[in-house]
Structures are given as structure tokens and as C-alpha cells.
Ligand binder design. Structure first.
Ligand SMILES: Nc1ncnc2c1ncn2[C@@H]1O[C@H](COP(=O)(O)OP(=O)(O)OP(=O)(O)O)[C@@H](O)[C@H]1O
Ligand SMILES: [Mg+2]
Length: 391
């Protein structure tokens, strides 16, 4: 499955985004604070709503998802004025089928701190599933029902269960190597769903040894190309306390090299290992924040290809990846077209999408990469130009 379109209304700094097309690999670019992470957060929000209810703090559901974002007042676009509804709509391609899921919600008001659904609907191949159309007659007789979505309710989402499972499996990664290296000192304090990769070693430990070894071998093959002195990446459990570790042999002037654990790996190596592992870990949408961080420019330049190769050689070659980036080298691959770029720019009335202008289109035709043609406009000087062009 993959998300092919996203519309947002009053979501954080997006007052209105209509049907933004998404590809198998999409790159969200734009100046600092323009809303790149907020864009990804709309998809993480769907994940949080759809996640199984279960025990706190991993509990899913609409109310939890809003609470986790410090309430509706923080979420609703500051430019929303009188319009109270926040709305997210996604179109999902599922083989030959096309699903569309819409969720709208607002504060209940009347002194209540609850949020209520203003609309929820699902369609498959253009046909609305009538049993999933909210508000429905039952909602009319019992308004409390409007505090939970059908998406989060296994008794109500049978007709679109594949979609609910797909949303619940959306993964977000913004790996912070230091958190992983200092896991012992930090104790067990970890954020929900581990967005910063602290639990990465535990996840590796929980993977069956066959799958784990196969994945580590594939990562090693990718690393051979970019960190050639790094060999024999493998997993080990500490014999004294059982804690999980990665180790690798770092070749140097001594013939046998030196064995190192993850705390001695470079930040970039660790980040790359985390990224490659995450790519192989599932088949749902993967959201990556600035994968270029800590990496050498030559590696950054090859990241799109590396992502492609790792996925192509694995179980889920068509896995969708949406990432944010500030990096021109990352976007230097000439096979990347404008269709895979989502360029965000701020206006006085919220953030909007800025497609390539005429001058940029000419640059692209003349052989410039999307990074060279489209990124300069998101820097301070370029922003001025966009503003002058009325974008
Ligand atoms: N409800 C809201 N209404 C309007 N703006 C909001 C709302 N919530 C957050 N913002 C704004 O969104 C901005 C942060 O957006 P975000 O973190 O997505 O930026 P970014 O493009 O990822 O930046 P960076 O490149 O620095 O990571 C902040 O300036 C914040 O004020
Ligand atoms: Mg960001």
C-alpha cells in the first residue's frame, strides 16, 4: 500500500493543502520552521489514532493522539480564524484498489475538554462505505460516540481493516546516535514508539537470529561501499548482563583490526546502520527526518540509491519512504524528478506548496539536479524571491 495523496485543513501551520501527490519516494524540502516535520506529523497522527488501544502510554485513539500533541489548541492552525475543524484526508493505493479516508474533528466546546469528530468517512474505489459514514444515526442518539473514531475501533473498522492496520504500522525515525550510545546512562526513559531510535538495539535483539543475521549482512554490504574499514558487523549479547550490542571489526594498521561496540562507532555509521535496518523492518510507510545528518557528503549523495538498493534486495521493494531534507547533495541524483519533491514555503496565511517555477523548469531541462534547481529558493535569499514572485 502507499499513500498517493494528502490533504490537510488547519493542521498546524497548514491552513489548507489540497491533494498533495505523494510518490513511492517523496522528499519534503523547505526552510527551517516551514512545516516539514509538521507535514510528517499529520501521517504520524493517523498512525497514533489507528494504533491498538492497549495499555498506556502506547495507547492509540483520537483523544490520546491529540493529547500527545498537547491538545487541540496547539494543533489547530493559528491562521484558522473562525474555522474550528481540523481535517486530514488521505488517498491510499492498495494494489488495484484505491481507498480514501477522511477525518475531521474539533473541540467540543461547552466547557468540555473533549474533542469530537465532525466527520469520518471511508471510500473504496470511489464508493463510500455507508456503514463508516460519520456522524451516523447512532451518533445522533449518543454524542459520546463522537469522541472515538471508527478507525481506532476494531468493532467498527472491519470494512476497512487493511487500511487501519496500514496506518497503525506507519513508522517514524529521527535517529539520534547519542541516545543509543548512552542508553545505559539514560536508563529506560524512552518516548512512545521510540522515534529517536533508543530501542534500536532491543529491536535487533528481539528479531529472530536468522532474519537478524541476514539483515546485518545486507547492511554490511552497503557499508562496504561507504565505510570500507568497517567489517563483520554482527550482534552480540553481553555475557555478564545480557544487554544487546552491535560489534564490528575496524581494520587499521594491525592486521587483525580491532573489535568495537556501537558506543565506539562513529555517529554517522550508527545513523546509517539504524536507517538501513529500519528500511528492512517492515512494509508500511517509513517517515525519515533529515537522514543526511552526521553523514559524509559522498554518502549523502548516494542515499537515495542506497535506500533503493536496500529495499530492492529485500522483501518489500515497493515500500514507501517520505523524508525531510535540507541537503542539496541528497537531491543531486539526476533520476529524481520534480514529482518526488514537496517544496514548502511560508506565506502570511500558512504554509503552501511551491512547485517549480519557469526558471527552475528550464534549469532542470538543462541538466541541473532537483537539489540545484529547487533548493536555493528555500534559503534566505530565495525566500525573498519567492515572496516577490507572489508564491
Ligand atoms: N498550530 C499551529 N499553527 C501555526 N503554526 C504552527 C502550529 N504548530 C506549530 N506551528 C509552527 O510550525 C513551525 C515548526 O514547524 P516544523 O517543526 O514542521 O518545521 P520544519 O520545517 O521541520 O523545520 P526544521 O527544518 O527546522 O526542522 C514552528 O514555527 C511553529 O510555530
Ligand atoms: Mg523539522
Amino acid at each position: 500500500m502507499k499513500i498517493v495523496k494528502l490533504s490537510l485543513k488547519n493542521w498546524r501551520n497548514f491552513k489548507q493543502l489540497e491533494e498533495v501527490p505523494l510518490q513511492e519516494r517523496s522528499y519534503v524540502i523547505g526552510a527551517n520552521a516551514v512545516g516539514k516535520s509538521n507535514f510528517l506529523d499529520a501521517l504520524r497522527f493517523l498512525r497514533d489514532v489507528a494504533a491498538p488501544a492497549g495499555t498506556k502510554p502506547e495507547a492509540g485513539g483520537l483523544q490520546e493522539a491529540i493529547k500527545r500533541r498537547e491538545g487541540l489548541a496547539k494543533l489547530r492552525c493559528l491562521n484558522a480564524q473562525k474555522e474550528t475543524e481540523v481535517k486530514i484526508e488521505v488517498t491510499v493505493q492498495d494494489g488495484g484498489d484505491v481507498w480514501c479516508y477522511t477525518l475531521g474533528f474539533k473541540g467540543e466546546g461547552k466547557g468540555n475538554n473533549r474533542n469530537v469528530i465532525t466527520r469520518e468517512s471511508v471510500s473504496k474505489n470511489g464508493n463510500r462505505l455507508l456503514e463508516c459514514q460519520r456522524p451516523d444515526a447512532a451518533d445522533g442518539t449518543d454524542p459520546d460516540r463522537l469522541t472515538t473514531t471508527y478507525l481506532e475501533n476494531p468493532n467498527a473498522n472491519k470494512a476497512f481493516r487493511p487500511l487501519a492496520h496500514y496506518f497503525a504500522a506507519i513508522t517514524y525515525l529521527h535517529l539520534v546516535p547519542q541516545l543509543l550510545k548512552h542508553a545505559d546512562e539514560l536508563g529506560g526513559n524512552r518516548l512512545q514508539r521510540d522515534p529517536f531510535g533508543q530501542g534500536f538495539l532491543l529491536r535487533i535483539a528481539e528479531t529472530s537470529s536468522r532474519t537478524r543475521d541476514a539483515r546485518l549482512r545486507r547492511i554490511q554490504r552497503a557499508l562496504d561501499q561507504v565505510v570500507p574499514q568497517f567489517k563483520q558487523l554482527s550482534f552480540e549479547q553481553d555475557p555478564t548482563n545480557g544487554s544487546p550490542h552491535l560489534k564490528a571489526n575496524f581494520s587499521h594498521w594491525r592486521e587483525s583490526g580491532a573489535w568495537q561496540r556501537e558506543s565506539q562507532f562513529s555517529d554517522g555509521t550508527l545513523r546509517l546502520i539504524g536507517l538501513l535496518w529500519s528500511l528492512m523492518e517492515g512494509d508500511s510507510l517509513l517517515l525519515l527526518e533529515e537522514p543526511e545528518l552526521s553523514l559524509n557528503l559522498e554518502i549523502v549523495r548516494r542515499l537515495p540509491q542506497l535506500i533503493h538498493l536496500v529495499l530492492k534486495g529485500g522483501k518489500y521493494p515497493d515500500r514507501q519512504v517520505i523524508l525531510t531534507t535540507h541537503s542539496e547533495p541528497l537531491l543531486s541524483d539526476l533520476s529524481l524528478g520534480t514529482e518526488s519533491i514537496i517544496r514548502l514555503v511560508s506565506t502570511g496565511n500558512g504554509t503552501v506548496i511551491a512547485p517549480a517555477n519557469e526558471k527552475e523548469k528550464i534549469m532542470l531541462k538543462s541538466g541541473f539536479s532537483v537539489g540545484q534547481a529547487l533548493l536555493p529558493a528555500v534559503g534566505p535569499a530565495g525566500l525573498e524571491q519567492l515572496a516577490l514572485a507572489g508564491v
